[in-house]
Design a binder for this molecule. Structure first.
Ligand SMILES: [Ca+2]
Ligand SMILES: [Ca+2]
Ligand SMILES: [Ca+2]
Length: 249
């Protein structure tokens, strides 16, 4: 679906300082994200209560993809950790109307609420990855050999086999009641990235975190992103932030 890949967004957003009250430092806009090595086990259960998560930096500032349409955003907290086995990713999404579009893997889940992230091991090489997760835990994942080589239908056959758990505070799909939101917790096996090189202490990749939020409260779905601007949608990897893998202290 090319309109999804190359969606235009104007430039010139005002950068706002990130805010938050998490234990670990909140990443300021434009600052690299330090992905700390997990200091202990993480149970994928949709609860971010493992001590290791306290070491994760948080991203709490999300920007509208297209401020000409709407400048509204809904609160989101994004975290990542890693170890030799997995890349751990967590979304905490405030959402007053939770709706998963489908429970089928590799379906067009972005037609409903999702937390997404894109990750690119090298700025010098073309491949990059997309992970899209619905509140019900369904996931689309794809490895794009190139941005121009075809859309999601070509690349969705690639599977990372991430372990995923979600927790919904509310009801999924019921538009008549008020929900609070949902949490996504996942472990993506590092071996999924092996053909593009595995990270070690000091490795730098790039990434962006994103959301679609559909709600009875909005005229249009809110498309949000952790990067301040995009010229062509969520696949605009030129705008992705640095992701620095840091080993144990
Ligand atoms: Ca957990
Ligand atoms: Ca897939
Ligand atoms: Ca929603």
């Amino acid at each position: 679906m090319s309109s999804r890949i190359f969606r235009f967004a104007p430039l010139g957003l005002i950068l706002a300082a990130a805010t938050g009250c998490q234990q670990q430092a909140t990443v300021k806009v434009g600052a690299p994200y330090t992905c700390h090595q997990a200091t202990g086990p993480i149970t994928i259960d949709g609860k971010l209560d493992e001590p290791a998560w306290k070491d994760a930096e948080t991203i709490t500032t999300f920007y509208p993809l297209d401020p000409a349409k709407t400048t509204q955003t809904t609160p989101t907290v994004f975290r990542m950790l890693w170890d030799k086995q997995n890349l751990y990713v967590a979304f905490e999404c405030t959402d007053d109307d939770v709706w998963s579009y489908s429970n089928k893997a590799d379906d067009e889940l972005w037609n409903g609420d999702v937390g997404e992230f894109f990750i690119k091991p090298s700025t010098q090489k073309r491949p990059y990855y997309e992970f899209v997760t619905a509140p019900n835990g369904a996931q689309y994942d794809g490895r794009y050999s190139s941005r121009g080589a075809g859309g999601f239908n070509r690349f969705k056959g690639w599977n990372a086999h991430a372990k995923i758990a979600t927790k919904i505070d509310g009801t999924d799909g019921n538009g008549d009641d008020d929900d609070r939101g949902y949490v996504i917790e996942m472990a993506v096996p590092m071996k999924a990235f092996a053909q593009d090189g595995l990270p070690a202490d000091g490795t730098v990749w790039t990434f962006g975190a994103f959301r679609y939020d559909y709600s009875k409260s909005f005229e249009q779905p809110l498309l949000m992103m952790s990067i301040p601007e995009s010229k062509s949608g969520f696949h605009y990897y030129e705008g992705y932030g640095k992701l620095i893998f840091k080993g144990k202290k």
